[in-house]
Design a protein around this ligand. Sequence first.
Ligand code: 0VY
Ligand code: ZN
Length: 261
Amino acid sequence: DFSHSFCLVCQGPPVWHKNYPVAQGNRQSPIDIIPHQTSHDPGLGPITLNYDQCTSINITNNGHSVVVEFEDPDDRSVILGGPLDNPYRLKQFHFHWGGKGCHGSEHTVSGNSYASELHLVHWNAVKYKTFGEAATAPDGLAVLGIFLETGDDHRWLHMITDALYMVKFKGSVTDFKAFNPKCLLPSSLHYWTYLGSLTTPPLHESVIWIVLKEPIIVSEKQLGKFRMLLFTGEEEDERIRMENNFRPPQPLKGRKVRSSN
Ligand SMILES: N/C(=N\S(N)(=O)=O)N1CCCC1
Ligand SMILES: [Zn+2]
C-alpha cells in the first residue's frame, strides 16, 4: 500500500501523473506481454551479459525498494547484443514484490503476474556522459527484467536476503561487495523486448526493456524476508512493511513487443 505518506511516490501510481504528466505518455512501463501477439524478429540476436568483472558497492533501502549499486567507471560489467546498438553499463539492480501470497511483478504475461520481478538497470555510456543524462534519453537505459516465481529455495538469493536485516529502514545502506548478479539468471536468456519507461517517478521514457521469458524460482521464505523491509525510516513512529511496490501494467499505445525466439 503506497498511500501511507506525503511522499508523492508513496501516494501511489494513480497520483503520479499530477507531478509527472509523462505517466500518461505513449511508452510507459510496465506492460502486459501477450506472447502470441509478439512479433518474432529473426534479426534479433541473443543478449550477452559480461558481468564477470562487475564491482558491487553496497545494498540500500531507498524507501521504495532494496537496491544493489555497482561501480560504473568503465565497461567492466555490460549487457550487449539483442536490440541494443551499444554496450550498456550495469548501474544497479533492485526488486519489486507483492504482499503475502499475492503477486508483485510489474510486467505480466497474458494477464498473469509473478510473485516478484528483478530489474538490472544499465545505461548507454557510449552516447551519454552520465547515468542521469542517459536516464532522460530515448535510448539511454536498458533494463533486464527477470520474473521470480515461488517454489524451492534459490541457492544464491540468500546472499541478498541475509543482508536485508541490515537495511530494514528507509535510508539505510551497508557494504555489499563482490556480488555477481549472474547467479540470479535463469538457464535461458530468451526474451521479449519493447520500448518503455522507468516504472517509478520520474517515469522517463528512456528504457529499452528486455524481459526474460524464463522465471527464476525462489522460496516463499526467501520472499518473505523482502517484506521485512520497511517503507519508513528508523526515526518515524509508524512502521510500514515494504510490500506491493510494483506499478500495474500501462496501455500499450500501439507498441510492438518483439520476441527473441
Ligand atoms: N524506476 C527505476 N527503474 S525501473 N523500476 O524502471 O527498472 N529507476 C529509478 C531510478 C533508477 C532506476
Ligand atoms: Zn524496477
